[in-house]
Every structure is written in C-alpha cells, then in structure tokens.
Design a protein around this ligand. Structure first.
Ligand code: ADP
Ligand code: MG
Length: 403
C-alpha cells in the first residue's frame, strides 16, 4: 500500500510533482496530449491547496547534445498552460543557483515546469542512473514529493525513486487510478490473456518479454520487435529495423526455444525501400529484397491474429503495428484496432504511441482502459512491483538531506 495524496498534508507546501509528460512530438507538434490531460487532476488539486508546484518530467531519450533540441519540454509547457487556463513558468535549467532563487520566489498556486529531466543524462547518466546528489538537489526544492508518473514507475530514476528517499512522499491521483485499474483488468482480469506487442523500443521490450511470458497465454508480435524475431528465425527482413545486439539476439533465441507455441509472428508486410522514397509495396514475408524496409503488417497477419483474439478474454496492446504516423503505413494499425474494437473483449492499451494511435484513429471508446504506461504495466504484471515507487510506503521514512 502506498501513501496517497488525499492522506498527505500538502496544504500551503512546496511540492515537487513528478509527472509523465512524455508525449509523442513530431516537428515540434504534440501528436497526442493524453498524458498531459491525465496529469491535470493532481496539478489542479495542488493548486486548490495553495501549493507551490515544481513539475518534473522526462521526454524521450537524451544521449547526445543534439537530442536536446528535439526533446525539449517547451511544447508541453505551452500545452499545459492552455489546459490549466493560467500562466505558468518554464525553466530551461534542471539544476542551477538561479533555479533555486526562482523557486524561493514562487507564490502559492504558482506552477513551474522544469526542462526535461533527462538533460541530466548528458552529464553521466545522472537522471537514469538515479544519482544521489541530483536526487537530493531536486528533493531540496520541496517539502513534499508527489509521484504521479506511472509511465516511468518501472524504473528507479533520480526524479522518481531518488527524490522519494529524501523527503516525505506520496503517489498522485493518476498512479493511484492506474494501479486500481491494472489490478482489476490485468493482474486479476479474465484469462486467457493475450499481449500484443509492436513498435520500436526493441531492446527494452525484448527484455520485458522474457520476463512476462509465463504470465500471459499468447503474444502477438509486430513492428520492429517482430523483425528481430524473424531475423533470428533466419527470415530475410531486408533493411528493416531490428536489434543487432548479440545479447538481445541470444535472449530472442531462448524465448523462441522456450515459448515458441505462445508466440505469433507476421505473415505479410508493407515495405518501403532504401533508395526510392515513393516506393511502397505489399509483400509476403518470403518475398523481401535486401533493401526493403518493413513499415507495416498486412491483412493476412491480421486475419491470423484474429483467431487468437477470438480465443482470448483480455487483450493488452503495447506498441503499434507499424509506422502509424505516416498514413501510407498506418493501415495495419487501423485494421488491427478495428478488428479488436469488434471483438467484444476486455481491451487495455498502454504506451504513448499506442494510446495516440487509438485516439487518433477513433477507437478510444472501444477500449476498456487506456493506461499511460506500457512498460510499467508489463513490469507490474510480471513482478507485482514497481521499482520507481519503492521509496513510497505507508510509513514513509526518509533519509536526511545532505547537500
Ligand atoms: P509505445 O509508445 O506505445 O510504447 P513504441 O514507441 O515502442 O510504442 O512504438 C511506436 C513507434 O514504433 C512509432 O513511432 C512507430 O513509427 C514505430 N514503428 C512501428 N513499427 C515500426 C517498424 N516496422 N519499423 C520502424 N518503426 C516502427
Ligand atoms: Mg513511443
């Protein structure tokens, strides 16, 4: 059991609020603002309680200085302002003396969003590596820490678990709601449970698959994840996205060895190629050329996956069938979601792009529950634990701040 916002004394306090504002952004435009909207209830509650609110969030991955420009939280700041219908502040710094002063000068109900916490990864993985000094610095900005970033609660980062070690902490309304829904629909939900996994975060997702296969009945693979499995099975995937990391390939080999009967792979695909940007072609999997790039799945795959959906009671979707942002390759994702929408099963989805595709293609109302976390849900299904929340419990003991 975790300490909840309603059971925490936050009136008139300085609060650091960790949200998951990691929305899909293309060319500076937010493709789907669900995660921002999902954070509003907690933010508004803190405003109503006269708090000074400092919001932290990550956005994408920041591995090189060039990643900073495309992963700035500025578009999120603009949208958050609109949604809150009030003036809020944005700090381009994640840690600085100026920032300390800015926080000192905040008035009750003021909201300050800091720049992407993962900018700190450029100085030696400080955020993702849960650096104690960085954790303490952020903790020193507040009296109470509210953890509401469900989507990143499967990781121990400085801005999540790190802060919660040093100041009184609780979970926010979104994390509370997610845990209740996932207990109901996924952990204690109806079986058979089928997991549909696609998308592009190949290495993260393959490491998860290894762990959750015992807990599900079927796994339907598409997107970049499927390509790596096809490759290991010696099927030519041309110039498609797949993992070349020997450790990951070894994991896939073992997964196939131990769980082959639970796993289904695509039969047909839609490809682009490396030299002609107008080229687009439907192909069976045995017809691929060396410069073909798989960007979508075909109708035979969807037909095949339909037979498993019909046998299942609960379906969890994480990742898209293809490159849904490009409408030429969105058909597989649309058709698959349409097939699910007509299935009358318990449908749950998690992950920024998965939820964005469901919203944008008009399938929101067919889903039983849309979660803000894909990886977090699967981690929770596997271990019944979320490492990012381990610093928050009912007693909530904290270590002394030592800056
Ligand atoms: P989520 O955000 O729901 O966890 P991911 O980010 O893992 O999902 O997957 C969605 C992303 O995967 C999209 O950006 C989509 O364009 C990309 N994608 C899907 N299929 C492919 C593919 N075959 N090749 C390259 N990218 C793909
Ligand atoms: Mg994504």
């Amino acid at each position: 059991m975790f300490k909840t916002l309603k059971n925490t004394d936050i009136k008139n306090k300085r609060v650091v609020l960790r949200c998951d504002l990691n929305v899909p952004i293309k060319d500076g435009f937010i493709l789907d603002d669900s995660k921002i909207k999902a954070s509003l209830e907690t933010i508004n509650y803190l405003i109503d309680n006269n708090c000074k609110i400092i919001i932290l969030s990550h956005l994408g991955k920041v591995k090189t200085p060039a990643d900073k420009a495309k992963n700035s939280l500025e578009p999120v700041y603009n949208r958050l302002r609109e949604l809150l219908k009030r003036e809020i502040y944005f700090s381009r710094e994640t840690r600085a003396v100026n920032l300390y002063m800015q926080v000192e000068n905040m008035l009750p109900k003021d909201v300050l969003l800091l720049e992407n916490t993962r900018f700190e990864d450029l100085n030696g993985n400080l955020e993702s590596g849960c650096d104690p000094q960085l954790s303490m610095y952020w903790a020193s900005l507040c009296d109470v820490f509210v953890m509401d970033a469900f989507g990143t609660s499967h990781r121990k980062h400085a801005s999540t678990y790190g802060i919660s070690k040093y100041v009184p902490s609780c979970i926010g309304f979104l994390v509370e709601k997610e845990l209740i829904a996932l207990d109901k629909f996924i952990i204690n939900g109806k079986r058979p449970l089928t997991i549909v996994m696609g998308g592009a975060k190949i290495e993260d997702k393959i490491s998860l698959i290894e762990k959750f296969l015992d807990k599900c009945d079927h796994l339907l693979l598409t997107g970049g994840i499927a390509n790596t499995f096809l490759k290991v099975l010696n099927i030519n995937v041309g110039a498609s996205l797949y993992s070349k990391n020997p450790e990951i390939l070894e994991k896939v080999k073992n997964i196939l060895l131990n769980y082959r009967e639970k796993i289904m792979l695509p039969l047909d695909v839609v490809v682009a190629n490396t030299y002609d940007k107008n080229y687009i072609k439907y192909k069976r999997l045995n017809e691929l050329d060396a410069d073909d790039i798989i960007y979508d799945c075909g109708n035979k795959t969807i037909e095949r996956y339909k037979s498993i959906i019909e046998e299942s009671e609960t379906i969890f979707v994480n990742g898209t069938m293809g490159r849904y942002e490009d409408l030429r390759f969105a058909n597989g994702t649309k058709e698959f979601l349409n097939m699910l929408a007509n299935s009358n099963k318990i449908l749950v989805a998690g992950g920024g792009d998965s939820v964005s595709a469901i919203n944008n293609f008009g399938f929101k109302d067919s889903f039983t529950y849309l979660s803000s976390g894909g990886g977090a849900t699967l981690e929770y299904l596997t271990t019944n634990n979320l490492p990012g929340l381990e610093g928050i419990d009912e007693d909530d003991e904290v270590e002394t701040l030592d800056l």
